[in-house]
Design a protein. Structure first.
Length: 413
């Protein structure tokens, strides 16, 4: 059945329109209505697709999140982490801030999981020692390392560094000091501080000639810097390492390594150390948060990092350690030097542990990709689909949505 209409209020089509009945002034209203409904239907075709896309992404994110939490819990058991077995532990930020949220997320995932992936993917870091593998003997050991000793700049007041050494003596903690061979260390006060630290049994590590990145140096430039540092320290201590059974430790400034550095350090018999527990105390000052990180995040074999008291980031280490060290001891941790910590776990096979770290890293990457897809790719795809399926339209006086090829005929007709 064909519905015909010839009314001056009805918008009519051009003579070449498919809706014009040949040889007449009449138009197929049924065909015009089907065009209108088709345009409306095209606009809604993207909605089910969007819903399916969102459901798929949400389900995938749920499964990945569940598996990630299970893997993190498994890794915490492998690493013998007393506090990490508790959901969120006591690291959760209280004062807010981007830095606290970032470091909370990293420590909840387990920084050593991501660092193991870094060792596998970045060749300069393959020989770097992060956390020591858990020996599985029921003993919880960790090492405290202090960077930028004896001070970053000169002149400065070294009385706070003296107070730090007093604190370590009172707490009966053996630490590893990574020393910068600068004017502060060569000063009379700096020499006394360094000698006192070595005489107390603290290990002394190489931290370069200044607090500046060394990964841009050539092999010859880096080798010269290493030799200069050794000569400076041996002129103060007489020998280095200060004990025959201590390893030669190096910590790259800013944590940045290069292939040239890795080659020279291996040839010179150095062992490179980077921490797995750090609250970024050199970037922002929050003694409460730093204390919670150090007291709650460590596992068996963890390497803790803080910086010497300095005018740049203040003396918060003198507030953090008196609270964090006793809390760690209550959990059964014992403080040892870096050499003793890593020598204890040299024979430990970590193949399964590396596989867990790889699985956690892949989960994190997939979650990031899904979040990007959920927030950007899916909506853009649906919008593009709508624009491709729905042609431009117009509406007449009666409220009907008509396709764009409909034109009004001259009212005189």
């Amino acid at each position: 059945e064909i519905v015909l209409c010839r009314s001056p209020v009805m918008p009519v089509l051009s003579e070449d329109s498919a809706d014009l009945l040949p040889g007449s002034g009449y138009y197929n209203l049924q065909s015009m209505t089907s065009q209108s409904s088709g345009a409306l239907q095209a606009r809604t075709l993207g909605l089910p697709k969007l819903q399916r896309c969102l459901r798929t992404l949400s389900l995938s994110m749920f499964l990945l999140t569940f598996s990630l939490l299970a893997l993190v819990h498994l890794a915490a058991r492998c690493d013998d982490c007393p506090m990490q077995r508790q959901y969120f532990g006591g690291i959760w930020p209280r004062n807010g801030g981007v830095e606290e949220w970032l470091w909370t997320a990293l420590h909840r995932l387990g920084t050593r999981n991501l660092l193991n992936a870094l060792k596998a993917l970045a060749p300069p870091y393959r020989e770097v020692f992060f956390a020591a593998a858990s020996a599985g003997d029921g003993q919880h050991k960790l090492s405290l390392t202090i960077d930028d000793a004896v001070a970053r700049y000169w002149p400065t007041n070294l009385s706070h560094v003296e107070a730090l050494l007093d604190l370590l003596d009172d707490q009966r903690v053996t630490a590893t000091l990574f020393v910068i061979a600068n004017n502060a260390t060569l000063s009379e006060e700096g020499r006394l501080v360094l000698k006192r630290a070595a005489s107390r049994g603290h290990e002394i590590g190489n931290h370069g000639l200044q607090d500046a990145r060394m990964d841009t140096m050539s092999e010859d430039e880096f080798l010269t810097a290493i030799n200069d540092w050794e000569q400076t320290i041996m002129s103060i201590l007489g020998q280095w390492p200060s004990k025959s059974d201590f390893w030669k430790w190096f910590r790259p400034p800013k944590g940045l390594m290069s292939s040239a550095m890795a080659k020279v350090l291996k040839e010179r018999g150095y062992t490179v150390s980077l921490p797995d527990i750090w609250g970024d105390d050199s970037a922002f000052i929050d003694a409460g948060f730093q204390t919670r990180v150090l007291a709650n995040a460590p596992c068996d074999g963890s390497v803790l990092l803080m910086h010497v008291p300095d005018s740049s980031w203040g003396t918060q280490i003198l507030d953090v350690l008196p609270a964090a060290l006793p809390a760690l001891r209550k959990q059964g941790f014992e403080f040892v030097g870096l050499t003793q910590l890593h020598a204890r776990s040299m024979a430990v096979t970590g193949t399964w542990r590396l596989l867990i770290s790889a699985a956690i890293t892949m989960n994190v990457l997939f979650l990031i990709i899904l979040c990007l897809a959920l927030g950007i790719v899916c909506p853009l795809f649906c919008i593009r689909s709508l624009r491709r399926r729905a042609p431009p339209s117009m509406t007449d006086e009666a409220g009907l949505e008509l396709s764009s090829d409909i034109r009004r005929k001259d009212m005189m007709h």
